[in-house]
Each structure stands twice: as structure tokens, then as C-alpha cells.
Design a protein around this ligand. Structure first.
Ligand code: SF4
Ligand code: SF4
Length: 543
């Protein structure tokens, strides 16, 4: 059953931003040609790096695992095409803090050879064990493709109490259209991916949330839901809900509020109220892993902005260098005006992360490459005038100006009481602030500081615990040693006591034995005794 608007509720704040979607959503998804080099950061998700399984000089097949997770937060990465590992080094990657990261570099061989890297299909997933499906999703290296890159299997493993699965197909940030095109072209695979997710979570109901600026995607999903020839067993429990376009409707808590009317309490998770959100592209990746047996080695990337010649959506191998993708999209456009500079961002214009190196690779969560020719920001930051505009637009119902003051004062206690970590960094406050204060930068910096402090504290707590444990162990060992010594002394004492009585007895007995022996020997040697013996012997002979 699919309906239009059964219970759409709006959330507080938000902004109606110009979409710029038509720049990139006019053409079908284009497949990029094989790049000469693939660069794979060993960590592309929210968690720990895996153990590297290859070394320079090794040949690798397409889809071959290059790392192995070492704990529950780990995820493997896979070779996105066949070729030779040339080096494993620290290289620049895209991130909020552009620190280099360990990357496996592959010279591709242009054969795109899978070898036997594909995993066997699990077509009867409805009957499959949940643990087998989770293992497959984990082994395929799937992380949330909406941006957070949280390991999907880990999130699903905590799904005991999930009643409603929400598929996030909002794609609310301007310019980005990769999910839109994916839904238009691969709705069947997406719905089967959703079916698998419902099997794994045992969710009774699934809501697919999608903004009303994607009518073709809505139509494709609804048509496929009615198609009885596909293998979707939960079709009657999946609803496609079309919502008004409002930024940031794709944020988890805001989406839940819109589709269900429910609020996730501050500091809690959607799972605490029986809801789980997954991105629509993640559902497609799950289909690939379970039905096709292929790991996460490519994704659709929107390449857009006035600075690119052929904007559009490109099916791109993970690990492709940004400059290679720009060249695939025709290169930089020639319309750079005097006074303008070219800005590169991974993601959208509001929440995207600046790109500092064109040679950095596309990673699993890289949904958009935004190339803008624009005037540099010449607005000077002014003092806060307490106009309250930021409060009006904040979708997380926070007090952004107060957060700003406390962040400036590095007053972490106050920041905690003002729920800094409920800030989703949507940037609405930044956009409306007449004083041009880069508010989100302050929040990010403060969050980073608090996280570092907390990590430090955790480390020092652990060190203290270890120290205390060592002291306790030493004390215990000393106590045991003392006890052992005391026991030994006691035993020796007793033995001495026992030794005195028994020894004397033994000595006495030995002396008596010696005397008896002597007496016996003397008696045996006496002449009378010899005669007797001889006569006795002669008597015996005569007889
Ligand atoms: S919008 Fe800017 S100037 Fe206005 S209250 Fe917020 S921080 Fe202050
Ligand atoms: S960035 Fe944070 S504080 Fe600013 S509007 Fe968004 S949620 Fe509110």
C-alpha cells in the first residue's frame, strides 16, 4: 500500500533553500571509465581500521577484501577493480580536518577482473538466518551512504525492538541528486533492499520519506511497489510518503518527526522509540551484497555546480581520484569570472566539506562533488546583536546564539546544559545570521574539544584503573607470599616438633637394634654354639 500524505507533520524551523537540482538531474546515470589509479583509504566509515591483508606488489581482483575488521566497529574495504598494489602510504583524504590517512594504492590493469571475489547470492533471504544476513552486510563493507558512514550491520544488530523502518530518500540539501536518479533507475533493487532490511529488523512497517521535488522517483517507487513480478514480500507494509521540500528534512530526528509525529528525546536514539532510519542508497547496496554477492565498491556521485562542464550523476568506483572524476565530467567549465575563485566541496553547499587536494579519493560516503566558481566570502564577522533569527530557524530547537557564546568562552558545562550535541550542524543558523558569524564552525570546534577531553579522560581513567588493578594484584601477590611463608614456617615448626619425638624414638630403636644385632652376632660366634652346630650337623649326616 502506498499513500501520499497520511500523517506528515512539520518540524520546528528549517529553511526553504533554492534547490539547484536541475543542474544535475537531467540525464541518466553515466558509468565512468576505469581510472589508472585507485586510492583506497583503509578507514572510510565511523569506526576502527581493519588489518591490511595485502602488500606492495600483490595482484588483487576486483571485489577482493584488502582489510579485515578487527573488532565490531571495523569494516573491510575491497579493491574496486583488478590491478597491482603499488604502495601503502599516508595520503591526503577529504575530511573536516584534512589529516592524511593510510591508503592502499592500486595500479589498475584495465581487465576489471572479479576472479572468484563475488559472494554467493542469498536469494531466499526471507528464510535466511538474521545472523547470516548481518554477516553478509558486514563482509560487504556497507556503511550508511547518507553521510554518517556508520557500519550498517552494527546498526542493524541493535534492532531487537524496531517496529518501524524509515528509508531516508529526502536528499534535502541543494545540488545533490544522486539518490533521486538511483530511485528513478533502480527502484526494483531499492525495494528488494528494503525487503531485506525488513527481514533483518523484523520491522512491521516501512516508511519511505521523499521530498515532493522528486516526482519521477516517487512514481518509479510506487510503480515498482505495484509490480507483482518482483520478489518483494513486504510490499503491503511499505508506504511511500511525499513531504514538502524543507531543509533539513533529511536529518534523522526531523525526518522521524515529519513521518511519524514522534520526537526522539534529547540524547537518545531512534531505536529507543522503536524506529530505525536507513539511507535509500544503503538499501541498494544491501541488495547488491545479498542478491548480487558484490561488496560496496562503487557508488553514484553527483558532480555539479557552475564550475563543471558536464554536470550529472556518475557511477564511480570508490577510490577514484577527485581530479579523475572532474575530468570524466568534462573538466572545469571556462566561465570563471574575474574576482571569482573555484571552490570544491564533498557534499552539498551547506554541510559539505571543503576539498583541499584534487588527488584525494572518492570514499563510500562521498555523495556529491560540488564545483563552484564564486566570489570569495567578503562578509566580515560582526558581534551578535541578539536578533533571535538563529533560534527561529534551528530545527533542533536549540539556542544557537547561546551555544556560540559558551563555545567562545570554552564553557563546556554550559554547552552540555544547552545540548550542544543535539546540534545536527545543518547550518541554518549560519545562513540567517545577519552578523555573518560562522556559528557551526564554533560548534564543531567545541564538539571536537569536548570529544578530545572525553577521550583523554577515558584514557586517564583506564590508566588509573590499570594502575589500581596492578597495585591490587601486587598487594594480593604480597599477601599470598606472606601467607605461603607463614604456612611454610608453621610446617617447619611442626616438622621440627615431630622430628624431635620421632627422631629420638628412631634413634633409640636404632640403638636397640644395633645392640641386639651385636648380641646376636656374638652368640653366633661362640665355640659352644659351633660345637652344637657341628654335632647337630653330624647327627643329621649319620642319620
Ligand atoms: S542570528 Fe546571529 S546575530 Fe542574531 S542572535 Fe543569532 S548569532 Fe546573534
Ligand atoms: S547548525 Fe545546529 S544550532 Fe545551527 S540551526 Fe542547525 S541544529 Fe541549530
Amino acid at each position: 500500500m502506498s499513500t501520499d500524505k497520511p500523517h506528515i507533520v512539520s518540524f520546528h524551523g528549517g529553511l526553504h533553500l533554492k534547490g539547484h537540482k536541475a543542474i544535475s538531474n537531467q540525464h541518466a546515470i553515466q558509468k565512468t571509465s576505469l581510472p589508472e589509479t585507485i586510492i583506497l583509504p583503509i578507514i572510510q566509515h565511523n569506526g576502527t581500521a581493519g588489518k591490511i591483508l595485502v602488500k606492495p606488489g600483490d595482484f588483487v581482483f576486483k571485489g577482493q577484501p584488502l582489510t579485515k575488521s578487527q573488532d565490531v566497529t571495523g569494516l573491510p574495504i575491497h579493491a574496486s577493480t583488478s590491478g597491482k598494489v603499488t604502495t601503502i602510504i599516508e595520503r591526503p583524504v577529504v575530511g573536516i580536518s584534512p589529516r592524511p590517512a593510510t591508503c592502499i594504492v592500486i595500479d589498475t590493469d584495465s581487465n576489471d577482473n572479479w576472479g572468484d571475489s563475488k559472494m554467493p547470492a542469498i536469494t531466499n533471504y526471507q528464510q535466511a538466518d538474521k545472523l547470516i544476513l548481518l554477516e553478509r552486510i558486514r563482509n560487504a563493507g556497507i556503511a550508511g551512504l547518507g553521510g554518517a558512514a556508520f557500519p550498517t550491520a552494527r546498526k542493524l544488530a541493535a534492532s531487537e525492538t524496531i517496529d518501524t523502518l524509515i528509508i531516508n530518500a529526502m536528499e534535502c540539501e541543494p545540488y545533490i541528486t544522486c539518490d533521486d536518479l538511483l530511485m528513478r533507475e533502480q527502484s526494483s533493487q531499492i525495494l528488494q533492499g528494503i525487503d531485506i532490511l525488513m527481514s533483518v529488523t523484523s520491522a512491521r512497517h516501512c516508511l519511505v520519506g521523499i521530498e515532493d521535488n522528486k516526482p519521477e522517483a516517487v512514481k518509479a517507487l510506487k510503480t515498482e511497489l505495484k509490480n507483482k513480478n518482483n520478489n518483494i514480500s513486504n510490499r503491503d507494509n511499505i508506504d511511500v510518503l511525499v513531504t514538502p521540500t524543507l531543509y533539513p528534512s533529511g536529518s534523522e530526528k526531523q525526518l522521524i518527526k515529519m513521518l511519524t509525529g514522534k520526537e526522539v528525546p534529547a540524547g537518545r536514539l531512534p531505536a529507543d522509540i522503536g524506529i530505525m532510519c536507513q539511507n535509500v542508497a544503503t538499501a541498494k547496496a544491501i541488495y547488491d551484497a545479498v542478491i548480487d554477492g558484490t561488496p560496496l565498491i562503487d557508488r553514484v556521485v553527483t558532480v555539479t555546480g557552475n564550475g563543471i562542464k558536464n554536470p550529472g550523476n556518475y557511477l564511480t568506483l570508490i577510490g577514484t581520484q577527485i581530479i579523475d572524476l572532474i575530468n570524466q565530467a568534462g573538466g572545469y567549465s571556462n566561465n570563471l569570472q574575474p574576482g571569482q575563485t573555484t571552490t570544491l566541496k564533498m557534499g552539498g553547499p551547506v554541510m559539505g566539506v571543503p576539498i583541499h587536494h584534487e588527488t584525494a579519493p572518492i570514499v563510500k560516503a562521498g555523495n556529491c562533488l560540488l564545483v563552484l566558481h564564486e566570489e570569495p566570502n567578503i562578509h566580515k564577522q560582526k558581534p551578535c546583536i541578539r536578533c533571535g533569527e538563529c533560534v527561529r530557524v534551528c530545527p533542533a530547537v536549540l539556542l544557537p546564539h547561546q551555544l556560540y557564546w559558551h563555545a567562545k568562552d570554552e564553557n563546556h558545562k554550559k554547552l552540555a546544559t544547552h545540548n550542544l550535541f543535539d546540534c545536527i550542524e545543518c547550518g541554518c543558523c549560519n545562513i540567517v545570521c545577519p552578523s555573518h558569524i560562522p556559528l557551526v564552525d564554533y560548534y564543531r570546534f567545541a564538539k571536537d574539544q569536548i570529544r578530545q577531553e572525553s577521550t583523554k579522560k577515558q584514557r586517564s581513567n583506564k590508566a588509573r584503573e590499570r594502575h589500581e588493578f596492578r597495585l591490587q594484584r601486587k598487594e594480593k601477590a604480597a599477601r599470598l607470599r606472606q601467607e605461603r611463608l607463614a604456612n611454610k614456617k608453621e610446617r617447619l615448626k611442626n616438622r621440627e616438633k615431630v622430628g624431635t619425638v620421632d627422631g629420638k624414638k628412631a634413634e633409640l630403636q636404632a640403638a636397640i637394634d644395633r645392640v641386639n644385632k651385636k648380641k646376636q652376632s656374638a652368640a653366633n660366634n661362640s665355640p659352644d654354639n659351633n660345637e652344637d652346630t657341628e654335632s647337630t650337623n653330624s647327627k643329621r649326616t649319620n642319620s
